[in-house]
Design a protein around this ligand. Structure first.
Ligand code: SF4
Length: 465
């Protein structure tokens, strides 16, 4: 098994790949502009964001009650609800279902939760073929790649790369025409839809009041995945519950605008149980797998606000770090600012570095439709994982903290920096010594001024007197 590279090495790899950096830059800026324009046209956008935040906050504060209500309503509509405490249990529930019912071909809608539990691998291990039906996820699958964005899985690919993958893996004629490529994928997937017997989707929101599942897609593949196979499995993270049907429009108005700048997702599907007598389509069986997988611990831990997230991806697009390194450098299903919080909380110590890979500029906070204060959470998570940092770093930071509290020591540090930081002639240093070497490798450092702010201030006071 190949060893996973450290964060620094992954960032270095990512920034060297100019093609990926260009593709991610272009796409994320486009989405940022589209989001700003779409929200600009929405009346009372700020009030709506505040309402959405309140709905999510209220839900989390009353989650056990709403979960119970959802289970009762969904079962009364004919769904079977399973509770999965962790990823292994969720995979077991779904693979057992496939095995006992002899299901062999699964079509799948886009679902980050299924990526989180590595469902495809589990199903393939018991002989079920899984075919992704979201176009981006389909490309990722045939190219043996990984998604790099929670909404736009192939944000790191350009059309040439997609064209090569399609020609190589599907045996079709090489074309870089997006319309032609979409038609090829469509033809391929139509045949799969004809023969599939299991449909798997994620869920955007589940309404406790009515037992309704809400699913947003842009390609209509979600509807085909739900209605065509005999059995439908909806994989639902427990935090995706909302209390009332009336809460849904508030969140829907913000979700698509924040994700892609669209006023609405192209297809909004509401699922109320399996097919009933007289229905023309729908699955004969609907199974809802309620996934915990660490969410209860997050909810009762010091950073429950992380679970307010509605997975719109806006914070990824807004983040300058994400834009420069892309999603793969995070080495997690959940990249970007929200991934830097979720990954350590869900997967543990191996992701301790991620909260530190942020400039804390606050662009993510401004972009978030449910007003999650991501920079504040990142700082709090850094503090919680401080004891697991290398001792050299801890000693250095403690010394720095102390020094900042001793005025004469601070002044001495300033003078030393002025003395030893090379000047590029414009008051900046491009090559710092010792611990400043890494910092100045990718950015310049402003040299301390001859007359410090403190001295200026003192002189000002002196003159006034
Ligand atoms: S944290 Fe906010 S902006 Fe980021 S994905 Fe979640 S809801 Fe969207």
């Amino acid at each position: 098994m190949s060893r996973v590279k450290g964060l620094r090495a992954r960032i270095a790899d990512a920034t060297e790949n100019r093609r990926v950096v260009r593709a991610v830059h272009r796409a994320t800026w486009h989405k940022v502009d589209a989001r700003v324009a779409a929200l600009g046209k929405l009346r009372h956008a700020e009030e709506l964001r505040a309402r959405a935040a309140r709905i999510r906050q209220h839900t989390l504060e009353n989650l056990p009650r709403y979960l119970e209500q959802f289970v009762e309503r969904a079962e009364s509509l004919g769904a079977r609800v399973h509770f999965a405490p962790d990823a292994a249990a969720a995979c077991r529930i779904i693979t057992d279902l496939a095995r006992t019912q002899g299901l062999k071909l699964a079509v799948k809608g886009k679902s980050m939760t299924s990526e989180e539990i590595r469902l495809n691998e589990a199903l393939e291990a018991v002989g079920v073929r899984v075919v992704e039906t979201d176009l981006g996820e389909f490309i990722v699958q045939i190219d043996h790649d990984r998604p790099s964005h929670i909404i736009t899985p192939i944000i790191h690919k350009d059309r040439r790369e997609v064209a090569h993958a399609m020609a190589r893996e599907l045996g079709c004629e090489y074309t870089e025409d997006p319309t032609e490529m979409t038609k090829i994928a469509r033809r391929y997937l139509r045949d799969i839809f004809r023969h599939c017997d299991l449909g798997i989707t994620g869920v955007n929101f589940a309404v406790a009041e009515t037992g309704t599942l809400c699913l947003l897609t842009n390609e209509g593949n979600g509807r085909m995945t739900i209605t065509r196979p005999r059995v439908h499995v909806a994989l639902l993270g427990i935090e995706k519950i909302i209390p009332r049907l009336a809460d849904l429009p508030v969140l829907l108005k913000l979700l698509a605008r924040s994700s892609t700048g669209q006023p609405m997702g192209v297809y909004t599907t509401l699922i109320n149980g399996p097919k009933r007598p007289g229905d023309v389509d729908g699955p004969e069986e609907l199974h809802v797998v309620l996934l915990d997988n660490g969410r209860s611990d997050i909810l009762t831990g010091p950073l429950p606000e992380v679970l307010l997230c509605v997975r719109c991806g806006a914070c990824l697009n807004a983040c300058p770090a994400y834009r420069n390194i892309g999603g793969h450098a995070y080495n997690s299903v959940y990249p970007g600012p929200i991934g830097s919080l979720l990954s350590p909380l869900l997967y543990g110590h191996a992701y301790d570095e991620l909260p530190r890979a942020s400039s804390l500029c606050g662009a993510c906070r401004l972009a978030c439709p449910v007003k999650i204060d991501i920079p504040d959470l990142l700082i709090r998570l850094r503090a919680l994982t401080r004891d697991r940092q290398p001792w050299s770093k801890r000693v250095l930071m403690r010394a720095w903290g102390r020094a900042m509290q001793i005025p004469w020591f601070y002044r001495l540090g300033q003078s030393l920096l002025r003395e030893f930081l090379p000047d590029n002639g414009e008051g900046w240093s491009e090559r710092g010594p010792g611990p400043l070497k890494d910092w100045t490798a990718s950015r310049d450092l402003l040299r301390p001024q001859a007359l410090s702010f403190r001295r200026l201030w003192e002189e000002e006071l002196h003159d006034e007197r």
